[in-house]
Design a protein around this ligand. Structure first.
Ligand code: ZN
Length: 322
């Protein structure tokens, strides 16, 4: 009780504050997403994501070097496909865009961790995350295909398989397929609680997906926090090595509850809409981008995240570089 207790004692100087700080963000925690467009020879800047562009496939090696040289140590690759069909068969070929971009990235920077987003929505003409049957995404066919895609990504050199389709049983199906192909040491980072959110808008524009309907029959309802724990527990039981909460900023309560419920490392995906909010608020002069970025990334860590996928990774690298 006051006056014996004075919490301001430990806030007196910067050194004291640093000494007792519980949380720090480091470049080691960050994963930078790259959009890779095939059959294109110019970079196209994304109007809704200032500072982010679709990178032509032919320039991917240079882009990956640039990211690695900036001090970022992990990337996740998203293909912008010009060969979409009903099942996303481009992802299932060993010379398809998924395989090519992983191979190119690993060749350009072997030390970089390359995360393979494992899904179909960027490669299907209807924009859904799997095979449609009568307008409904068929779970059991899709998870078999996810297993095949994971093996393609593993053979191309991926370091982590990250399934994002929100199908039931997808982690088990992928683990089975990877192990059968000899990839027993390949980690799976499951998008275990991926919410049906309107914060993905800029990403869909970036990935060139045009979605028919919505994804609410497979992504989670954002009104449910306890269900996120159930989704995550199932993925853990199926063999996931890392869990994820997506989006991040509006779901920190879920991150904290998950941190208390599971010993697995947790990744958050700081999504395109969150990035757009930060950038446009800063452009309008409403906030200081650097300071809010640091505060936001720190909040992810404080909530319980070990890894952060963020479009701001290069901005953060510039910040810590001084
Ligand atoms: Zn998807």
């Amino acid at each position: 009780m006051f006056p014996q207790t004075r919490l301001r004692r430990l806030r007196r100087t910067p050194v004291l504050r640093d000494l007792v700080a519980e949380t720090a963000v480091s470049l080691d925690d960050l994963i930078y997403p790259i959009f890779v467009e095939e059959e294109e020879d110019h970079r196209s800047d994304l109007a809704t994501m200032p500072g982010i562009a679709r990178v032509p496939e032919q320039d991917l090696a240079d882009e990956v070097r640039r990211v690695a040289d900036a001090g970022v140590r992990s990337v996740v690759l998203f293909g912008v496909s010009h060969h979409k069909d009903a099942v996303g068969s481009e992802t299932l070929r060993d010379d398809g865009l998924v395989a090519r971009m992983i191979t190119t990235a690993k060749r350009a920077a072997p030390e970089l961790v390359v995360v393979a987003d494992t899904c179909f929505c960027e490669y299907t003409d209807h924009g859904h995350c799997g095979v449609l049957k009568d307008g409904y995404v068929d779970n059991d066919t899709t998870i078999e295909n996810l297993g095949r895609q994971a093996v393609i990504a593993a053979e191309a050199g991926a370091d982590i398989i990250a399934p994002s389709a929100m199908m039931d049983g997808q982690v088990a199906a992928i683990r089975r397929a990877l192990d059968a192909a000899g990839h027993t040491m390949m980690p799976i980072m499951s998008y275990s609680s991926k919410f049906s959110s309107d914060m993905y808008g800029p990403f869909r524009a970036a990935g060139g997906t045009s979605l028919e309907g919505d994804r609410s029959t497979y992504m989670m309802d954002y009104r449910n926090g306890r269900e996120a724990l159930r989704e995550s527990a199932l993925d853990e039981a199926e063999g996931a090595d890392i869990l994820m909460v997506k989006p991040a900023l509006l779901y920190l309560d879920v991150v904290t509850r998950l941190r208390d419920a599971s010993p697995l490392p947790i990744c958050v995906y700081n999504v395109s809409g969150e990035y757009a909010m930060l950038k446009f608020a800063a452009q309008a002069g409403a906030i200081d981008e650097d300071k809010v970025l640091l505060e936001m990334l720190t909040a992810f860590k404080r909530a319980g995240a070990a890894l952060i996928i963020t479009y701001s990774a290069l901005d953060f690298a510039r910040l810590v570089d001084g």
